[in-house]
Ligand binder design. Structure first.
Ligand code: CA
Length: 237
C-alpha cells in the first residue's frame, strides 16, 4: 500500500519541491497552503504522515498540530525556520513526532519520513496484535528457568528474584509481550521510553546489554534476547 503524505506549507517553491520529490519516491501526496484547509484535508484524506510548516495563514502549524494530536496518532514532522519556533518544537509541548530546521536536505527529510512511517506501521501492527491477544494482563510468563511475574513486576530466574531497574523491566516485558517478533530500536524507544525521550537508539543497546547480563547464561552468546541484523532485537524464550 502506498503511504499518503500531506504537506501543509505556504511557501510555494518549497511546497512544489517537496511534492515533486516525495511523489518521485513513490508516495501519494496532497498539499495545502494554509492551516485551516490543511487541517480539514488531514481529517478527510487521512494521510499516513503530515509535514507541517509553522508560520501559516489562517491557522498556525502549532495549532494544527495540537488539534490533530487529539484526534489521530499519525506521525507529524514540523518544518521550522526560526530559533524561537525550534525551542517550542523541541519542548514538544505540541505533540509533534519530529522536526526539521529549514533549510534541510531532501535526503534528510526522506530518512526522517521513512523512520516515522516505519515506527507508525509497527505500532499499528502491535495494536492489532495486542487486540487479538487473549492473554491476561497479570500473569506469570514462564520461559524455562525464567519467570516474568507481571502482577508483582518481578523477574525470577531459577526461583530467585532478579533486581531490575524500571526501564529494564519495561523493556523486558515489552520484548516478552512481543516474543518471536523483531522489534526495531526506534519502536522500542517509542514504546518503552516514549516520544518525549531525548536520547537515541544507543540507549536501547545499553539496556539490552544490561538485561542480557541478567537473563542470559552467556551474555556474549545470547539465546533469549537475540540481535536481528538490520532489524533490532527479538525475544526467543
Ligand atoms: Ca510558512
Amino acid at each position: 500500500m502506498v503511504d499518503k503524505i500531506l504537506i501543509i506549507e505556504d511557501e510555494i517553491s518549497l511546497q512544489e519541491t517537496l511534492s515533486y520529490n516525495l511523489k518521485h519516491e513513490g508516495y501519494e501526496v496532497e498539499v495545502s497552503g494554509n492551516g485551516l484547509d490543511g487541517l480539514n484535508l488531514a481529517r478527510s484524506w487521512k494521510p499516513d504522515l503530515l509535514l507541517l510548516d509553522v508560520m501559516l495563514p489562517l491557522m498556525d502549524g502549532f495549532e494544527v498540530c495540537k488539534i490533530l494530536r487529539n484526534e489521530t496518532d499519525i506521525p507529524i514532522i514540523i518544518l521550522t525556520a526560526r530559533a524561537d519556533e525550534i525551542d517550542r518544537v523541541v519542548g514538544l509541548e505540541i505533540g509533534a513526532d519530529d522536526y526539521l530546521v529549514k533549510p534541510f536536505s531532501m535526503r534528510e527529510l526522506s530518512v526522517r519520513i521513512k523512520t516515522r512511517l516505519r515506527v507508525s506501521h509497527q505500532l499499528h501492527d502491535l495494536q492489532a496484535h495486542e487486540n487479538g491477544k487473549s492473554e491476561k494482563a497479570n500473569e506469570e510468563l514462564v520461559f524455562g528457568n525464567l519467570i516474568l511475574d507481571t502482577m508483582r513486576h518481578e523477574l525470577r530466574i531459577n526461583g530467585t528474584p532478579i533486581q531490575l531497574k524500571p526501564k529494564e523491566y519495561e523493556l523486558l516485558a515489552f520484548l516478552i509481550e512481543n516474543r518471536g517478533r523483531a522489534l526495531s530500536r526506534d519502536l522500542i524507544l517509542e514504546k518503552v521510553w516514549g516520544w518525549d525521550f531525548a536520547g537515541d537508539s544507543r540507549t536501547v543497546d545499553v539496556h539490552i546489554r544490561w538485561l542480557r547480563s541478567k537473563v542470559e547464561n552467556d551474555p556474549n552468546q545470547p539465546t533469549r534476547i537475540v540481535t536481528v541484523r538490520g532489524a533490532g532485537y527479538r525475544f526467543e524464550g
